[in-house]
Design a protein around this ligand. Structure first.
Ligand code: DI6
Ligand code: FE
Length: 409
């Protein structure tokens, strides 16, 4: 009896797409079971190799597939208003950057977000989080960056932090005070960066409101030097960094991010080989955001071949935001990454599971079905995991367990 496992729940009669890097593509294990105890995975493998299990409950998966809970590792979920009118302008040929230069874009959303109450923002955010959860998302990264003043940045992060108290989903928050230059600092970008570093960041840290710090390094955002200042301040406070990099041009932001051991560099359409080599060395994840590429009708594709050559892990995310990516649909990113960037369906699925976990520094706890990880598990009615990249708009999700607890849907 020494080897008998004591489980809270045993999931039987399933095929697994464990997404573990070892073994078969997708980490496939057919005819498998998963034992869960105290919210974590106790054992997962072939039924024929399963040790004796005494389980408090059992669930027959009836030959369906189990996958790890999906992870959306880059979102701007907290904001008020929408910019459908700018979408129409862009359809008429006005560029995203021009709209931003004319005072539209991010600044419009900043105004609406400043005016919204914390309660109103929370209600909007919960609605969006529920939408993602309905697609099988178990962990969401949420950025600030539509406040651009201390009060509103803190308000956004508090709203993001509150999501976990209302919904069975894990949230990781990111402080993106350096997202755009607010109108009050129109001619004083360095002054604004000082505010971010000397006032906002210390308060964010004191209230434990952020798990990481991000910057928009771009001609319409902040320079490399300004990004360096924010990263240095984050590092002093012990916060990891990540970067909106090389989205519209190549400013060398990814190399700078690599020098700070950034968790991820995101967008990266204009990343070159020197940048890829740098992030490969620092173990930084390349986060691809095909929703923004699609909405902006971008033609420069991220350097997928180079990322493969240098073995850089690729993550995928929605970048859900009201300007460049108003798309609250993580499974759709699978198809977009395959169709627009020529990822394989397996690479795409790794992008929203194990590699998304890496992009959040959470690979020890999430992103695959492996012993010791959180029991965030999806039961899906599919015949093979490649089907998830192939079909658009069909939701094959049948059941969800979050940290071992089955969610009612
Ligand atoms: N890059 C983006 O694509 C989003 N932020 C960023 O730094 C766009 C945000 C917006 O347009 O509201
Ligand atoms: Fe973004």
């Amino acid at each position: 009896m020494a080897d008998t496992l004591h489980a809270d729940l045993l999931l039987t009669n399933a095929h697994l797409a464990t997404m573990s890097p070892a073994g078969e593509p997708y980490g496939i294990i057919r005819d498998a079971s998963v034992a869960i105890a105290e919210g974590r995975i106790l054992w997962a493998g072939k039924i024929t190799e399963q040790p004796a299990v005494i389980a408090k409950a059992e669930h027959d998966c009836q030959g369906q597939w189990l996958l790890p809970g999906l992870i959306d590792c880059h979102t701007h979920l907290v904001f008020a208003g929408n910019r459908a009118d700018e979408f129409e302008q862009r359809l008429q040929g006005v560029s995203y950057a021009d709209i931003a230069r004319q005072g539209g874009g991010i600044r419009r959303t900043v105004q609406a977000t400043r005016e919204a109450s914390e309660e109103a923002l929370l209600a909007l955010t919960l609605k969006r989080a529920r939408t993602l959860m309905g697609q099988g998302v178990s962990c969401i990264e949420i950025k600030s960056g539509y406040g651009l003043d201390t009060d509103t940045e803190l308000k956004m992060l508090r709203v993001a932090r509150q999501v976990e108290q209302h919904l069975p989903v894990t949230v990781r928050t990111t402080f993106l005070g350096a997202h755009a230059l607010p109108a009050e600092y129109q001619d004083d970008a360095d002054g604004y960066i000082d505010l971010v570093c000397n006032e906002m960041l210390p308060q964010v840290k004191a209230e434990n409101l952020a798990d990481a710090v991000d910057v928009f390094c771009e001609s319409i955002g902040f320079s490399r030097e300004q990004t360096h200042k924010v990263f240095a301040a984050a590092q002093n406070l012990g916060l990891p960094v990540k970067l909106h990099a090389e989205q519209l041009s190549n400013l060398g932001g990814s190399e700078l991010a690599a020098s700070f051991n950034a968790l991820s560099v995101d967008h990266i359409e204009y990343l070159d080989e020197a940048g890829v080599s740098a992030i490969a060395k620092s173990g930084t994840v390349a986060t691809l955001l095909p929703g923004a590429f699609y909405y902006l009708k971008e033609t420069q594709k991220p350097p997928i071949e180079l990322l493969r050559k240098y073995r850089v892990p690729m993550a995928l995310a929605t970048d859900f935001n009201p300007g460049s990516s108003p798309v609250c649909n993580l499974p759709l990113m699978l198809n977009m990454a395959c169709t627009l960037f020529a990822l394989t369906p397996e690479e795409a699925l790794r992008g929203i599971t194990i590699n998304a976990a890496k992009a959040l520094g959470e690979a020890e706890h999430m992103g695959s079905i492996e012993t010791g990880k959180l029991a965030n598990i999806l039961q899906m009615d599919i015949s093979h995991p490649n089907q998830l990249s192939y079909e658009i708009g069909i939701n094959p999700l049948n059941r969800v367990w979050h940290q071992g607890r089955m969610l009612t849907r």
